[in-house]
Design a protein around this ligand. Structure first.
Ligand SMILES: *Cc1c(COP(=O)(O)O)cnc(C)c1O
Length: 227
């Protein structure tokens, strides 16, 4: 049951926050709905979810027609030629991983005079199958985007930890993201605010919260296994 799953997750978030002295209100659950049909997404919305994440533009656009009062998050790899389809409504793009992509978002956003909030995706695991900028290149990219873009507003960092049966193994990657975020915050760059850490999924979100996550992206633990 979707609503029961959400309740359990909220309970767990509450418990972890108690444990580490954080306020549960600081943490946003983004329900990641790739492959999940609209009817099931509506159950999540009825259970109090406002934030929906998709990783493919086409699928997001199709679902958007059937869902109201939702904040849309883009969490997958974004091709520059797809930016124009989401720039006018997207709440947060989690996956900016190049200056080229940021420049395209900036150009499109300027045309409609709408600043767009983004996160920089960092490949903290070093896995070749994963997108994201290298940790050691992150500060440079953030500086370049800050210098060259007016309508792209960086609101933090995002990462996907390497999958492991033991979620403890994700902790060093979350720590790495938090450290990078603290370093960037000190630089006081234009249009850069290290407000969000988008990290933690079904398998490891409680570890991510212990390490400072403000956004957790959860699919399976809400909707069950994907087909
Ligand atoms: C699918 C996906 C998630 C959710 O994964 P689960 O393990 O099902 O919770 C989170 N983030 C991204 C970028 C995803 O593609």
């Amino acid at each position: 049951m979707v609503s029961e799953n959400i309740l359990k997750i909220k309970q767990k978030i509450w418990e972890v926050c108690q444990k580490v002295g954080r306020n549960p209100d600081e943490i946003t659950i983004v329900a990641v709905t790739k492959t999940v049909p609209v009817e099931k997404i509506k159950e999540a919305i009825n259970a109090g979810i406002y934030d929906i994440g998709e990783n493919r533009v086409q699928e997001l656009l199709e679902k958007r027609n059937s869902l109201e009062n939702v904040r849309w998050h883009f969490v997958g790899h974004l091709q520059t030629n797809k930016v124009k389809y989401i720039v006018n409504f997207i709440h947060l793009i989690h996956s900016v991983d190049s200056l080229k992509l940021a420049l395209e978002i900036d150009k499109r956003a300027e045309k409609i005079n709408r600043p767009v909030d983004v996160l920089i995706e960092v490949n903290t695991s070093g896995e070749k199958t994963k997108y994201g900028v290298k940790p050691e290149e992150t500060i440079e990219i953030v500086k370049q985007i800050s210098e060259n873009c007016k309508f792209v507003h960086i609101k933090g960092l995002m990462t996907l930890a390497a999958y492991s049966p033991d979620p403890e193994n994700a902790r060093p990657m979350f720590k790495m993201l938090k450290n990078l975020s603290d370093e960037i915050a000190k630089l006081n760059l234009k249009n850069v605010e290290m407000k969000h850490l988008s990290m933690g999924m079904s398998n490891d979100y409680w570890i991510a919260i212990e390490e400072g996550a403000t956004i957790v992206r959860i699919g399976t633990a809400i909707f069950g296994p994907r087909k």
